[in-house]
Write a protein that binds this ligand. Structure first.
Ligand SMILES: [Zn+2]
Length: 249
């Protein structure tokens, strides 16, 4: 399963965005000996998530595509993604709460967001609304769990809290690049992760991650890794415990 592919933000100049799928995602899969993607997930259609998936679609055999996009989103990158799915006649499903995926070898994934029906976060496709419709996945392997938030913010976190779902996880992939409007105190109290991972660019213009979020994570004694400082962060589970391996300690 590949979840999002990085890329450049929609409003970034294209020349800043040498194809991260071509340069990073596909080569990484190959170095791990992965030459087939069973499930390709797009959490939401923003350019910094969909961009790198275009090369994956082009170059890898893909089993099925799961897309969390709820609102119409007419950007070139997302439209190119949809066109790529269509031209390859791939199986395509809209991800929503209640879906359960058996990934084999005892690994499974539950989709917790976006909700199965309705538009609880609104219908105006501003950044925050689109973020809140992100696919949220809880992976399970043995006794270990990973909660992968996409760019979900506090509104989606509140929906998850209200849903009564088991949110506990060893690893939290923090929502929205560690922004202040995600990883709320109440949410961290329910997830109670041992580790958090924040995906963010070095010297990014958005101020990710927010000092307030880092302080909340620290106050909850959650060991936090950041891709801008640690590079690639690998988490290994044997079904009992999880070990973190940052590329740069
Ligand atoms: Zn993003």
């Amino acid at each position: 399963m590949v979840i999002d592919g990085g890329g450049v933000n929609d409003e970034t100049r294209p020349e800043d965005g040498a194809d991260v799928g071509e340069r990073v995602v596909v080569p990484y899969l190959h170095t791990r000996g992965i030459n087939r993607v069973d499930v390709l997930v797009l959490t939401h259609p923003h350019g910094d998530h969909v961009g790198g998936l275009l090369s994956v679609l082009r170059e890898e055999p893909v089993g099925t595509v799961m897309d969390g996009t709820v609102l119409p989103y007419p950007t070139p990158a997302y439209q190119a993604f949809l066109a790529g799915v269509k031209s390859r006649h791939l199986s395509y499903t809209h991800a929503c709460r209640g879906m359960h995926l058996d990934l084999g070898d005892g690994v499974s994934a539950d989709v917790l967001n976006p909700p199965a029906s309705g538009t609880p976060y609104g219908v105006n496709p501003d950044n925050s609304t689109v973020n809140n419709y992100s696919v949220v996945l809880r992976l399970t392997y043995g006794r270990t769990h990973f909660l992968l938030m996409g760019d979900a913010e506090a509104a989606a976190e509140q929906t998850l809290l209200d849903s009564g779902s088991d949110l506990s996880a060893d690893v939290l992939k923090a929502g929205h690049h560690g922004a202040a409007n995600a990883s709320s105190e109440a949410f961290l109290a329910r997830v109670r992760p041992r580790y958090a991972a924040i995906s963010c660019g070095r010297h990014n213009h958005f101020g990710h991650p927010s000092p307030a979020t880092l302080a909340r994570l620290a106050a909850n004694a959650i060991q936090t890794f950041r891709t801008d400082q640690n590079g690639a962060v690998t988490f290994l589970s044997d079904g009992q415990t999880v070990k973190a391996e940052p590329f740069m300690p």
